[in-house]
Design a protein around this ligand. Structure first.
Ligand code: GLP
Length: 274
């Protein structure tokens, strides 16, 4: 797991957008897994800026969102489909038929979930999955206790999540109690996972995700089992990490490697080479 600690939320967003933009440039027909919530908003703003100012081209990109509230139509302002439309889709050249969000109106959720998984597979699988994290350590809507092998399915939200998300609704009683969400197993199949967390209210969940045991009680901790995970956090979200200085050391080495500064790393020119 690569842990990157940035000064503030803005720097987190720029860094996360950098990884996504680099993928789109290297693989224009890539498949992105997208997330909602306040955490990725800055990342989307930076991607929009790169599209406008730098010509970042979304025309061949396909997207799959993690989850959707049950009972909200795509037109409902608090639906995740509407969120994506407002925060990203309408600002970039992403063809609407290449964007996918689970359907919160489906009556047969089992079939709808199976079909969502099938569509991901048919698209070639997710190259990069962007993730936020709930205060209880959930990813997508995989609440504590979700099987770490779970697939897309219907899920009941915890009272903590309902309370956290009530801020987006004018009346807290309107927060849906159910969601359709990719499973932890679905997420772990993405080729790369990119988790962003901003703010002190995420510090405990981030510590448990990175330094705690792998447990279904903190579903984000399952990312420890994935071979390519990048976690980008701000100072506040990093504030409970015990091994912070080590992560910073690893990051310094990574930067030197990427910039080709091998001598600073002591690579090459060994004293005893003949
Ligand atoms: C919801 C979403 C998650 C998101 C979480 C945190 O539960 N389903 O994908 O990570 O909220 O949201 P925020 O970034 O607003 O704290």
């Amino acid at each position: 797991m690569r842990v990157i600690i940035e000064r503030d939320g803005e720097a987190v967003s720029r860094r996360a957008a950098y990884f996504i933009a680099r993928l789109i440039r290297r693989k224009p027909a890539c498949v992105l897994g997208l997330a909602t919530g306040s955490s990725p908003v800055g990342t989307y703003q930076e991607l929009i800026r790169l599209h406008r100012e730098d010509g970042l081209d979304f025309s061949r990109v396909t997207t799959f969102n993690l989850d959707e509230y049950v009972g909200l139509s795509p037109a409902h302002p608090q639906s995740y489909r509407a969120f994506m439309q407002e925060q990203l889709f309408k600002h970039v050249n992403l063809p609407p038929n290449q964007t996918h969000v689970p359907d919160g109106r489906a009556l047969d959720f089992e079939t709808a979930s199976r079909e969502y998984e099938l569509r991901i597979r048919e698209s070639g699988g997710i190259d990069l999955q962007l993730l936020g994290i709930g205060t209880d350590g959930h990813i997508a809507f995989n609440e504590p206790g979700s099987s770490l092998g779970s697939r897309t399915r219907l899920k009941s939200l915890t009272s903590e999540t309902i309370r956290d998300n009530a801020r987006f609704f004018s009346n807290p009683d309107q927060v849906p109690r159910l969601a359709i969400t990719m499973g932890v197993g679905t997420i772990l199949e993405a080729r790369r996972c990119l988790l962003v967390a901003i703010g002190a209210n995420k510090a405990q969940a981030i510590r448990e995700t990175i330094e705690g045991p792998v447990t279904s009680q903190i579903t984000a901790s399952a990312l420890q089992l994935h071979r390519d995970v990048i976690v980008v956090v701000d100072e506040e979200a990093a504030s409970q990490l015990a091994r912070r200085s080590y992560y910073e050391e690893v990051e310094r080495s990574q930067q030197l490697l990427e910039s080709g500064n091998y001598s600073a790393l002591g690579i090459g020119g060994f004293a005893h080479d003949s």
